[in-house]
Structure formats: C-alpha cells, structure tokens
Write a protein that binds this ligand. Structure first.
Ligand code: IPE
Ligand code: IPE
Ligand code: MG
Ligand code: MG
Ligand code: MG
Length: 299
C-alpha cells in the first residue's frame, strides 16, 4: 500500500521510508538463504503507522530525527509479528500487504527464521551504539536501555505474545465478555502501539510522567486501531484476504456488537487517549491529529 494518510503526514512518512530502506538494504544484502527473505518482509508496503506515531510523539520534544532509530526497531518487531501471525499454525493467511505472505513466497521454515532474525535484530539495533547513521543521533546509553525495556515489555509474554495466545485460544469458541475482548486487543495490538508512543517520548528526553501518558495514549489508540482492523476485515483494498475473521471464527468486536457500536468504542478510546495527552499541557497537536486520522481509516 502506498501512502494513504492525509497529506500533512507525508513528510515524516517519507523520512522514515528512506531511512528504513537504506538500513535494511545495507544490512540484509549478503549471499545467504535468509537475507532475501528478510528484505522481502521489510520492503513490504506497510502503512508504517507505528513508526509515524513514534516520530510524531517525539516531535512534541523536538526529537523527530532521533525517533527514526526506535521507529525502525518498532516496525521490525511489527513486521516479525505479522509474518508469524500469518503462518499456517496461526491465522494461516496467504496475502499480506498485497503480496504473498512470507511462508507462501518462500517456505514455512524460512518465514519462521526470518521472523526470529528480525525480532532479535530489532533489539540489537537499539543496543548497538555504533550503527551508522544512528550513532550520530546521540541517543544516550540510558535512553537506549529505556527503549529496550519499553519494547521488551510490549512485545514479550506479558504483552503482544499473550494477546496473540488469547486470540488463538478464543478462535472458534464463540462470544465472551467485553473484558476478555479488550484484554486481547490491548495486548496483541495496543501494547506495541503504546510502546511506539512511549519510545518517541523517551528519545525526546521526556519525564517519566510524560512517557507514561504517551504509553496510555498509544495503548488506547492501539485498541481503537484493532477495532477498525476488525471492521475493515471484510473490505477490499486492505492488501489482506477478505472476510478472514468471520471464516476463521475470530473473536472480534463484531461478535459482541454492531458496526456502529464498535465504531463508537473506537471513538471513545481515542477521545480518552487524547484527553490523557492534553492533560500534559504541552504541544501534542501533531500526534493527536494523526490519532484522529486513524479513526477515519477504511483500508
Ligand atoms: C495489521 O497491522 C495487524 C494489526 C495489529 C491490526 P497494520 O494494519 O498496521 O499493518 P501494516 O503494517 O500497515 O501492513
Ligand atoms: C494481528 O492481528 C496482531 C499481531 C500481528 C500482533 P490480526 O490477526 O487481526 O491482524 P491481521 O488482520 O492478520 O493483519
Ligand atoms: Mg491474528
Ligand atoms: Mg491475522
Ligand atoms: Mg485483523
């Protein structure tokens, strides 16, 4: 998918895309069996929502340039999560970002290993003080440690992984409570989006209270993002197989409520998220505007 958000977000998107491409093209070009798989995955035309959230959060603290480093790490973790999410033992999807999924294009073992490699390399990138051109960005060792901690908490077994496990557990089991549904969505999607915003604040040298507000903001818009992902699942133009959730018996918001009610939930979460940031009384307008644009998404 090419750039699909309002024009005002095109410049940070292009900034990110350029830096990301030169990073992965420079790193994954060796003559071995895994580099082409990793390049294929990272070059997939994603919306780069998490990267944009990280950079726009950092913009509050005038640290958009520094935020490219955590934005790349976050998009790598996200890309790995999609590759594993699509595997036959999980959602068994053959289309992603308008192209064959990694295990279809290559094979299952290659997709699994490429995912493992990308995930691990994301942490390596944050920990390595010498990777050009990020070394010049002056992200301090203390900030890098905080970034690593934030990312590990979001995508580990108390974050995205448990969310994915609960998602699979509830597949085909019928409806459950709203609390369970929120718990799944907040973990599988909200946690990483919360980390994206918190990491933007961390590279900006924000206080603990500010970082925490950005995390709360992000996890709430992350929940809204997943509700909309479920709402567009049966639409054309997402670059994914149409109607897959219904077919697989996934526990989505639409199992418990109407389209309109689900949209209201996404709206309410976004409003709460925005209030959390506004309470800081600093200039958070760009990232707030982006969270509002995310609600309008129909792709
Ligand atoms: C899809 O994420 C998976 C979810 C957590 C909803 P995105 O919709 O951000 O996927 P890309 O990165 O744009 O392909
Ligand atoms: C994916 O959720 C969440 C993660 C990859 C962590 P979905 O299974 O709903 O995402 P899509 O619809 O396949 O993109
Ligand atoms: Mg899934
Ligand atoms: Mg899926
Ligand atoms: Mg989905």
């Amino acid at each position: 998918m090419s750039f699909a958000f309002p024009e005002e977000f095109k410049s940070p998107f292009e900034h990110f895309e350029g830096s990301f491409a030169s990073y992965y093209e420079g790193r994954y070009h060796r003559d071995n069996p895994i580099d082409p798989v990793i390049r294929y995955i990272l070059a997939g035309p994603g919306k780069r929502t998490r990267a944009l959230l990280c950079m726009l959060s950092a913009k509050t603290f005038k640290a958009e340039r520094q935020a490219v480093l955590p934005a790349i790490a976050i998009e790598m973790v996200h890309a790995y999560s999609l590759v594993h999410d699509d595997l036959p033992c999980m959602d068994d999807d053959d289309l992603r970002r308008g192209r064959p999924t990694a295990h279809v294009k290559f094979d299952e073992a290659s997709a699994l290993l490429a995912g493992d490699g990308i995930l691990t390399d994301a942490f390596g990138l944050l920990a390595d003080l010498d990777v050009s051109p990020f070394a010049e960005l002056q992200v301090t060792a203390a900030q890098r440690l905080a970034l690593l901690h934030e990312l590990c908490s979001a995508c580990g077994s108390r974050g995205m992984v448990v969310g994915q496990a609960l998602d699979l557990y509830w597949t085909g089991k019928g409806a459950t409570s709203r609390e369970v549904l929120d718990q799944i969505h907040l973990n599988k999607t909200g946690a990483l989006i919360g980390a994206a915003c918190a990491m933007g604040a961390i590279v900006g040298g924000a206080s603990e209270q500010e970082v925490s507000a950005f995390r709360t903001f992000g996890s709430n818009i992350g929940l809204a993002f997943q509700i909309i992902d479920d709402l567009v699942d049966d639409k054309e133009g997402t670059g994914k197989s149409k109607g897959k959730d219904e077919q697989a018996g996934k526990l989505t918001y639409l199992r418990l409520m109407s389209i309109e009610e689900a949209m209201n939930c996404a709206q309410e979460r976004t409003t709460f998220a925005i209030e959390t940031l506004r309470a800081l009384q600093i200039d958070t307008v760009p990232v707030i505007r982006f969270s509002q644009a995310l609600l309008e998404r129909n792709f």
